[in-house]
Design a protein around this ligand. Structure first.
Ligand code: FMN
Length: 493
């Protein structure tokens, strides 16, 4: 009996937007399907997934058994800081570290996001899927809404029908598409592949300046010889005071996706008082320089640094650390290290760290590595002392926004572009009067909830009506849901 398994990574449980989209898509499957959530302890009754990549705890084993008996996996998640929510990364890390390879199976992805780095997340999940042996049949990236599950209702639903068709077809004819990524990447996405120790043969320098540098690593440096080498070079050759934070030691809890940090002013992360997250943020604020050393894992950065980044989501949109200086190094990433370094660099730039360099260490190209890190340290010392100007370099989306701005202000000159953007309603400028009105209205929780409830009701009515038409036209799939999920944001019947 052929089967499809939706592996949902959202920590938002049944409020998950990506789950809502997956639930809709499942209606068009011709084969039986099942939903599991990596955050759910009911996968094995007792224990959750752990961050240790080489551990095969009961939660992992029960998910593994389900993967083994399935034909198509559908990774279902909201984009969390450019990749999967960290607990889904725990699962990917374990599958890679423990050398699983699945033959004759396929994978697809359903993601929801606000379309920032959704392409990056999709590309990385494809890289991991193919390196785990899955052939990749397709994907959907839907624009999310925390209450409604998804926006652009009709388009998203049509896209779901298309992906369901592809999944049905792949199972029907045993179709395994050509991979985009060869499995030579496996070593570099492994959370347990570490590079070699290196050092600089020069006399240590005196701590003669009064600035402070905070070095942040995800893993403990005793695990990662490259990270240890970098920390030693910073300690020995910076003329400033150096402090080290190994996030793994801080045992900070993972983001729950509650979005309080983003929607309530001055609240920060709801969990900041209960664990040591805030302590790390305070140390970052108190330092003059920040050096981030991450490790390449599952196509992204290690789970500890990823956890910190997710928890800092509410701070992510504003350069709250400005002005600080720093640099970013990713260890163990081989040919993809620089890609990961670019993303992490982007994150630190956005929160206000003027980064003088970012580098992914590639074991095949370590020429002058100790000297290069030494040079970064010297430059960081100078940048802090002389307040170097480092111009920001934004992602393509920021460039898009800038372009729209340009087109608007130069509308008379860029007439073609101006018209195109106006006609296709592509300007994202808010209506100032309307926005200000809602801003004040939404400070009252009661009014806010009434407005949201009304909108949800209206949209759900329209969705049900569309779904009714689909049932009448006989497009609904023959597959059965093997485990009932309740409380999903989107309801059709
Ligand atoms: C910690 C956190 C990080 C996020 N990072 C991104 C991001 O990098 N890009 C993006 O477009 N949306 C981002 N979002 C928005 C989510 O992708 C969006 O709300 C998604 O629908 C959540 O899916 P879920 O409800 O299934 O968890 C983030 C949300 C959270 C809570």
């Amino acid at each position: 009996m052929k089967k499809i398994l939706f592996i949902n990574g959202s920590p938002r449980g049944n409020r998950s937007s990506s789950l809502g989209v997956a639930m809709y898509l499942s209606l068009f499957l011709n084969y039986d399907y099942e939903f599991i959530n990596v955050n759910d302890s009911s996968n094995n009754n007792t224990v959750h997934l752990t961050p240790q990549a080489d551990e095969a705890e009961p939660a992992f084993q029960s998910i593994l058994e389900k993967i083994k008996t399935t034909d198509v996996i559908v990774w279902t998640f909201g984009v969390y800081l450019g990749y999967v929510p960290v607990k889904l990364q725990y699962l990917l890390d374990k599958l890679i570290a423990q050398q699983y390879y699945f033959k004759n199976k396929s994978a697809a992805s359903i993601v929801t996001s606000i379309n920032i780095f959704d392409n990056y997340a999709l590309d990385k999940i494809r890289l991991v899927s193919e390196n785990l042996g899955f052939s990749y049949v397709g994907e959907i990236s839907a624009e999310a809404n925390p209450q409604l599950g998804y926006l652009n209702e009709k388009n998203t639903e049509t896209a779901c029908q298309v992906l369901a068709k592809k999944i049905n077809h792949a199972i029907e004819i045993n179709f395994l598409p050509t991979p985009k990524y060869p499995d030579t990447y496996r070593r570099y996405i492994s959370p347990v592949h570490f590079g070699n120790y290196f050092k600089l043969n020069k006399a240590k320098v005196e701590k003669r300046n009064n600035k402070s540098i905070l070095v942040i690593t995800g893993n403990k440096i005793t695990k990662d010889a490259e990270a240890l080498s970098i920390v030693e070079i910073v300690r020995n050759y910076s003329i400033n005071k150096v402090e080290l934070i190994e996030i793994e030691e801080y045992k900070i809890s993972t983001c729950t996706g509650c979005l309080v940090c983003n929607s309530i002013i001055g609240h920060g992360c709801r969990f900041q008082k209960k664990d040591r997250f805030n302590e790390i943020i305070r140390k970052m604020e108190a330092s003059d320089g920040i050096i981030c050393i991450g490790h390449s894992s599952s196509g992204f950065v290690d789970v500890y640094l990823k956890t910190l980044m997710e928890r800092a989501y509410g701070l992510f949109h504003r350069p709250f650390l400005n002005p600080k200086y720093g640099f970013v190094v990713i260890t163990g990433g081989g040919i993809i290290g620089n890609d990961v370094a670019c993303y992490v660099n982007d994150f630190f730039s956005r929160i206000g760290v003027k980064t003088i360099a970012h580098l992914g260490l590639d074991e095949n190209n370590m020429t002058n590595i100790a000297e290069t890190i030494h040079q970064y340290v010297n430059e960081l010392d100078s940048a802090m002392a002389e307040k170097w100007e480092i111009l920001p370099c934004y992602s393509h989306l920021a460039l898009d926004a800038m372009l729209r701005n340009r087109i608007a202000s130069l509308g008379m000159m860029l007439r073609e572009d101006f018209l195109y953007y106006i006609q296709n309603k592509l300007f994202i400028f808010p209506n100032l009067i309307k926005t200000t009105f809602f801003f004040f209205l939404f400070t009252n929780n009661k009014i806010r909830n009434i407005i949201i409830k009304r909108r949800v009701k209206k949209v759900n009515q329209k969705r049900k009506a569309r779904y009714k038409q689909i049932i009448q036209s006989g497009l609904v799939g023959k597959g059965k849901n093997l485990n009932a999920i309740t409380g999903c944001p989107v309801k059709y019947n």
